[in-house]
Write a new protein. Structure first.
Lengths: 295, 301
C-alpha cells in the first residue's frame, strides 16, 4: 500500500447540506500536500473525513490502508488555530507530553520512579528538539509567541510518531517569515521522518516551493495534482465553473484572479488573489521569532 | 483566671497543646484539613479550566440547599450536597447549549446564581427569625463541626480525590487542549460533566465549614497562587493543596488566640499570600525586562 489517503467517488455533507461530492484523489505516502480552496469549500471537512470524525456521505475513503477511524492512532492532528490564553499556566513541554499519553486514565508516575516515564520524557525532548523549540519549551505556553506555540503544537502532533500528519491552517496567524520557516520545518519533517503531511492553507505562495502536491476544493468538487498542474487557469475555471485566471509574478508567486468571493473576507477568495501585498497580520510584528530550526 | 483564655507563647509545642485541648478545635482542624486538601486539588483544575464562575455559582447554590434543609429539619449536609449536585447538573446542561460562546454561557450561569440566592432568601424568611443560622450558612461554622460530620467529609474527600486521580490526566488534556484531546479519543464532554460534579461535591463539603461565601478562600486563591508560582502540573497541584491546608490550619490557629473569626483569618491569609506572590512576580518580571532590553535593541539593530 503506497497511498496514504485514497478517496473514491467520495462525498461529504454537514447537517444535510452537501459540501463536496464526486472527489477522487490518491495521495502517495511521504508527500507534502497542501489543501487549498476558498472558505467554506470543505478543506476542514476533508480533514474530518480523513480523521473519521465525519463519515463520507457517499463513496469510499481509505487512510493508510485502513478505514479512517481505525487509522486514527497512526495520525497526528493539529486542529485549526488554537491560541493559548496568556493566563494558561502550563509549560510547552506539558502540552507536548499530553499529546503522547494525555488520553490515558490515571496519574503518570514521576520520571525518577519509572522507566516508561523516563522514555516519555526523552521522546518529548526529542520532538521539541526536532521542531527547534528547546529554548522556550519550559516556559508557560500562554507567554509564547504565535510561531513558538505553533512549533510546540507541531511537536505535540509528532510525539506519537504518526505516519500521517494533518495540519489545519498552521500558518494562519503567523507573520510572513514564520510562515516560510514553519513550512520549511514541516517539509524537513516530511522528508526526514517519511511522514505524509497534509496541510490546509489559505495562501499557497509561502509554501509553494516546498510542496509535492495540492488538493484544491471549490465549487463543491475537489481536484488533486502537482501544484503547477492544479493552479492553472483551465483547471480552476472548470472547478469553479467560471472564468478564472492565474498569473505568475516574476518572483514565482501565483495569483488567482476572478474567484467568486465565497465568504466576503478579503484575502480568502481562493487564497491567492492578494498574494502578500496585503502584508502579514499587522498584529504580529516581525518580532525576534525563531526563523529556522537548528541548522 | 487565664486558665480558660488561651495564651499564645513562644513555646510552639505548648501552643499546639492549648490548641488541641478542646474537641471542637480538634474537629475543626480535622475538617479543615480534609476540606482544604480536596478544595486545593479540585480548585487547581477549576482555575486551569477557567471555571471559577461556575464554582462560585455552585457555592451560591449551596446556600438555598442548606437553608431548605434547615427549614425541613433534615441534616444540613443533605441540603449542601443535594443542591450542589443538582446545580452541577444544571451547569452541565447550560454548558452544553452555550458551548459555542463563553459569554452566553456565563450569562446563563449568572441567571441561575441570582435565582439560587433568591430561593435561599425565601427559605431563610420562611424559617423566620433565626438570623444566627443565616450567618453560619453564609460565613461558615468552623468551630461547630461534629465528629460524624468529619467522618462524612472524609468519605466524600476520599471518593472525590480517587476519582480525580483516575480522571486527572485526560481532564488536564481536555482542559488545556480540548480539540486535540477530542480528536485523540478523550471524551471531553463527559469529563466536563464529571468535573462539574466533583466540583459540586468539593464546594458542598467546603461550604459546610467555610460557609457559602468564603468557599473561594480555599477553592480559588490557593490554586491561583500555585499557578502563579509554577507552570508544572504536578508541582502546581501539590502546591495548591499545601497552600490551602496551610492557610486553613494557620487561620484556625490564629483565630483561636485572637478575637476575630476564623473565616476572616483564612481568607486574609490566602489573599495576603496571593498578593505577595503577584507582587514578587511582577517585580522579577520588571527586572527581567530591564536585563532583556539591551538584547532587544541588538536584535532590532
Amino acid at each position: 500500500m503506497t497511498e496514504a489517503i485514497v478517496l473514491t467517488g467520495a462525498a461529504a455533507s454537514r447537517g444535510g447540506a452537501p459540501v463536496w461530492s464526486g472527489v477522487d484523489l490518491a495521495i502517495p505516502r511521504g508527500e507534502f500536500v497542501a489543501v487549498l480552496g476558498p472558505n467554506g469549500a470543505g478543506k476542514s471537512t476533508f480533514l474530518d473525513v480523513v480523521l473519521g470524525l465525519l463519515p463520507p456521505s457517499a463513496g469510499a475513503v481509505s487512510v493508510l490502508g485502513q478505514a479512517p477511524r481505525a487509522a486514527r492512532p497512526r495520525i497526528g492532528y493539529l486542529p485549526q488555530r488554537r491560541s493559548f490564553d496568556a493566563s494558561t499556566r502550563i509549560r510547552g513541554l506539558d502540552v507536548v507530553r499530553l499529546g503522547l499519553d494525555g488520553a490515558r486514565w490515571g496519574l503518570p508516575l514521576p520520571a525518577a520512579l519509572s522507566a516508561s516515564a523516563r522514555a516519555a520524557r526523552e521522546k518529548v525532548e526529542e520532538v521539541v528538539e526536532l521542531v527547534g523549540a528547546s529554548a522556550y519549551a519550559a516556559r508557560p505556553i500562554g507567554t509564547l509567541s504565535g510561531g513558538e506555540q505553533q512549533r510546540l503544537l507541531i511537536a505535540q502532533a509528532l510525539v506519537r510518531d504518526p505516519e500521517l500528519l494533518l495540519l489545519d491552517e498552521p500558518l494562519d496567524s503567523l507573520d510572513l517569515p514564520n510562515q516560510g520557516a514553519v513550512a520549511a520545518l514541516v517539509q524537513r519533517i516530511c522528508r526526514e521522518r517519511a511522514v505524509t503531511v497534509v496541510l490546509v492553507a489559505h495562501d499557497v505562495n509561502p509554501i509553494l516551493g516546498y510542496l509535492d502536491r495540492v488538493v484544491y476544493f471549490a465549487g463543491g468538487h475537489g481536484v488533486e495534482g502537482p501544484p503547477r498542474e492544479v493552479i492553472r487557469a483551465d483547471v480552476l475555471s472548470r472547478l469553479y465553473g467560471s472564468t478564472i485566471e492565474v498569473v505568475e509574478t516574476p518572483s514565482g508567486r501565483l495569483i488567482v484572479v476572478g474567484t467568486p468571493d465565497a465568504g466576503g473576507h478579503s484575502g480568502d477568495c481562493g487564497g491567492h488573489d492578494h498574494a502578500h501585498d496585503t502584508g502579514p497580520d499587522p498584529d504580529h510584528a516581525p518580532a525576534p521569532e525563531h526563523l529556522a530550526g537548528p541548522a | 483566671m487565664g486558665v480558660s483564655s488561651p495564651h499564645l507563647g513562644w513555646d510552639l509545642l505548648a501552643d499546639w497543646e492549648q490548641l488541641t485541648t478542646y474537641p471542637f478545635m480538634v474537629q475543626a482542624l480535622e475538617a479543615g484539613a480534609i476540606v482544604a486538601v480536596m478544595a486545593g486539588a479540585i480548585g487547581w483544575f477549576m482555575v486551569l479550566r477557567q471555571q471559577t464562575f461556575a464554582g462560585h455559582t455552585l457555592a451560591v447554590i449551596s446556600f438555598p440547599g442548606a437553608a431548605a434543609a434547615t427549614l425541613a429539619a433534615i441534616p444540613v449536609a443533605f441540603g449542601y450536597f443535594g443542591a450542589c449536585v443538582l446545580g452541577a447538573l444544571a451547569l452541565a446542561a447550560l454548558g452544553r447549549e452555550g458551548r459555542s460562546g463563553r459569554s452566553g454561557e456565563s450569562a446563563a450561569i449568572g441567571t441561575l446564581q441570582a435565582f439560587a440566592l433568591g430561593l435561599g432568601f425565601l427559605f431563610v424568611g420562611l424559617y423566620g427569625g433565626q438570623l444566627a443560622g443565616l450567618e453560619a450558612l453564609l460565613f461558615g461554622t468552623f468551630l461547630g463541626i461534629t465528629e460524624s460530620q468529619v467522618t462524612t467529609l472524609l468519605c466524600i474527600a476520599i471518593a472525590v480525590l480517587l476519582l480525580l486521580a483516575i480522571l486527572g490526566r485526560p481532564l488536564l488534556f481536555a482542559s488545556v487542549d480540548g480539540s486535540v484531546a477530542r480528536a485523540g479519543g478523550v471524551p471531553t464532554r463527559l469529563l466536563g460533566v464529571a468535573f462539574l460534579l466533583l466540583l459540586g461535591l468539593a464546594v458542598a463539603a467546603t461550604a459546610q465549614i467555610t460557609g457559602a461565601l468564603l468557599v473561594f478562600a480555599l477553592l480559588v486563591t490557593p490554586a491561583a497562587t500555585a499557578q502563579l508560582i509554577t507552570a508544572r502540573p504536578g508541582r502546581g497541584l501539590a502546591l495548591s493543596v499545601v497552600l490551602a491546608f496551610g492557610v486553613t490550619w494557620l487561620g484556625l490557629g490564629i483565630a483561636y488566640f485572637s478575637p476575630y473569626p476564623v473565616g476572616f483569618w483564612v481568607t486574609s491569609l490566602s489573599f495576603g499570600l496571593y498578593v505577595l506572590v503577584r507582587g514578587v512576580r511582577s517585580l522579577s518580571h520588571i527586572r527581567q525586562q530591564g536585563t532583556n532590553a539591551p538584547h532587544a535593541a541588538e536584535a532590532a539593530a
